[in-house]
Design a protein around this ligand. Structure first.
Ligand SMILES: [Zn+2]
Length: 181
C-alpha cells in the first residue's frame, strides 16, 4: 500500500515535470527551500519577469481590483500571467482586460459578461501542442490552488486560444466598465 502511494507520487512528479518542463525533483527541492536543478537540456530563460511586467505576488495575497501595478489585471490573473509567460514563453498572450460578453465556442452570441470585463481572465494562443500543455498545466490541482484558477477553457471550433479565469468570479454581476458596481 505504501509502495503504491510512493509510485503514484513519483508518477505525478514525472507528469508534472513533463508538463512544466522542470527537473522532476525540482518541486521537492523547492518545497524544502532549495534551488531546483535546471531541467535536463532545459533552456529556461531567467529574468523573464524582470522586464517591467507585473510583480509576482506572494502566496495568500489579498485579491483586489485591477491596479496599475498588476498591469490592469486582477492580482490572481497577474500572478498566473507571470508564471505562464515563464513556463510557456512560446505561447502568445492574446489579452486580459476586455469589456465584453462571453464568446461561446459554437460561435453563437451570449448575454453573460465575460470575466475579461473585470480583467480577471487571460487568453493564450500558439502551437496546438503548447496550448494542450497549458490546459494540462492550468488543471493541475496545485496550480489551480496556487493561482486561484476557476475555469480553463481549451480551444474550440470558434476560438483558437486557451481561456483561463480566476476566483473570485463575477457570475451574475455587471462589470464596472458597463456601469456595474
Ligand atoms: Zn478569454
Amino acid at each position: 500500500m505504501t509502495a503504491g502511494l510512493i509510485l503514484a507520487f513519483l508518477a505525478y512528479l514525472l507528469i508534472y515535470a513533463g508538463v512544466k518542463g522542470v527537473h522532476p525533483w525540482g518541486p521537492i527541492v523547492e518545497a524544502f527551500g532549495g534551488q531546483a536543478p535546471r531541467p535536463p537540456g532545459g533552456s529556461n530563460v531567467p529574468g523573464a519577469s524582470a522586464t517591467g511586467g507585473p510583480p509576482n505576488l506572494a502566496p495568500g495575497e489579498v485579491l483586489g481590483p485591477p491596479t496599475e501595478a498588476t498591469g490592469g489585471l486582477t492580482p490572481a490573473a497577474a500572478k498566473a500571467k507571470v508564471a505562464i509567460d515563464e513556463t510557456y514563453p512560446d505561447l502568445g498572450f492574446l489579452g486580459g482586460p476586455s469589456c465584453r460578453k462571453i464568446k461561446p465556442h459554437d460561435g453563437s452570441e451570449s448575454d453573460v459578461w465575460s470575466e475579461h470585463a473585470w480583467a480577471n481572465a487571460l487568453d493564450y494562443g500558439g502551437p496546438a501542442a503548447l496550448m494542450r500543455k497549458l490546459v494540462v498545466w492550468a488543471n493541475l490541482p496545485h496550480n489551480r490552488l496556487r493561482f486561484k484558477i476557476n475555469n480553463v477553457i481549451p480551444p474550440g471550433s470558434a476560438i483558437n486560444s486557451v481561456h483561463i479565469d480566476f476566483f473570485p468570479s463575477h457570475t451574475g454581476q455587471t462589470p464596472p466598465c458597463a456601469g456595474g458596481a
